[in-house]
Design a protein around this ligand. Structure first.
Ligand SMILES: Nc1ncnc2c1ncn2[C@@H]1O[C@H](COP(=O)(O)OP(=O)(O)O)[C@@H](O)[C@H]1O
Ligand SMILES: [Mg+2]
Length: 262
């Protein structure tokens, strides 16, 4: 579905992504792991159009999407989740979801004057969809809570929920598990699996929690120093000498991360 070919992203003289090549298969939940500073987030940002690459190519189903801005990728169904922006934290969870779909009729002055009925119909449909998404994510009880007041894990669910308000096809998740308790992490994992199986979403997931990766991801791709080191099942990755060395090279803390959940 996505092919990344010899991608480079340099910050001054520093090569954050340094010739990364990989393929994301349609229908997969692909894990992306690697020690801190490996270039995972930068790679995501380049694929998702947040950063433009220094060189290299990204294609989606054969079409060159290199350097396309996020909104153009959004229309192709390629989404990268973002933290709920500060401005939206005083809106309710339901309102946060209702904000997502682009091109609502309510936006234009013409419609304000002449299309009241249509706006009301659309808003009702949007609200119904938001409620469906909240239910899918098991957070219906938070519909009227302000987004800024729910827990970190619940916010992550809401971020995932935003991808369900549009016709997402491939979703990039960066450290969904960070700071999230085990129960909510399982709920997030369940939602990812169901979206994958029932709605055909392809996922690419960056995560340090190896239990989470093991449960959800096949294949797993390991990056270090801006390059792809290895790809395979998590068991294969963990047995790979280069991978072990890459984690060791960055200190014991990272090595423990690799072994956790083994
Ligand atoms: N905007 C930036 N300017 C300069 N250096 C950056 C920038 N973004 C990331 N880096 C550097 O690029 C390297 C890779 O970062 P990152 O992609 O965040 O790695 P990861 O997500 O794997 O931990 C790090 O050394 C980081 O400091
Ligand atoms: Mg990162």
């Amino acid at each position: 579905m996505i092919v990344v070919d010899d991608l480079h992203k340099h910050f001054g003289g520093f090569h954050a992504v340094d010739g990364a090549s990989l393929r994301i298969e349609k229908g997969s939940i692909t894990g992306l792991i690697g020690p801190n500073g490996a270039g995972k987030t930068t790679l995501f940002n380049v694929i998702a159009g947040v950063l433009s690459p220094t060189s290299g190519r990204v294609t989606m189903e054969g079409e060159d999407i290199t350097g396309l801005p996020p909104h153009a990728l959004f229309h192709k169904g390629l989404l990268r989740t973002f933290q709920i922006a500060h401005e939206f934290s005083s809106m309710t969870c339901r309102e946060n979801l209702m904000m997502v779909p682009p091109g609502q009729s309510g936006e234009t002055l013409w419609n304000t004057w002449f299309g009241r009925k249509r706006i009301a119909d659309e808003e009702r449909a949007l609200r119904a969809k938001a409620d469906e998404v909240l239910e899918f994510l098991t957070i219906s009880h938070l519909a009227d809570h302000k987004a800024g007041q729910v827990s970190g894990g619940q916010k992550k669910l809401l971020e995932l929920g935003r991808t369900m308000m549009v016709d997402a096809r491939i979703v990039f998740l960066d450290e969904v598990g960070a700071g999230v308790n085990r129960t909510l992490l399982n709920t997030i994992g369940d939602a990812i699996q169901r979206l994958n199986r029932e709605r055909g979403y392809t996922f690419v997931v960056i995560e340090h929690d190896m239990d989470f990766i093991e449960r959800l991801c096949d294949p797993v791709i390991c990056m270090a120093e801006g390059k792809v080191l290895a790809e395979g099942t998590l068991a294969e990755i963990k047995a790979n000498e280069e991978v072990i060395e890459a984690y060791l090279g960055t200190g014991l803390k990272n090595k423990d991360k690799l072994e956790a959940g083994a």
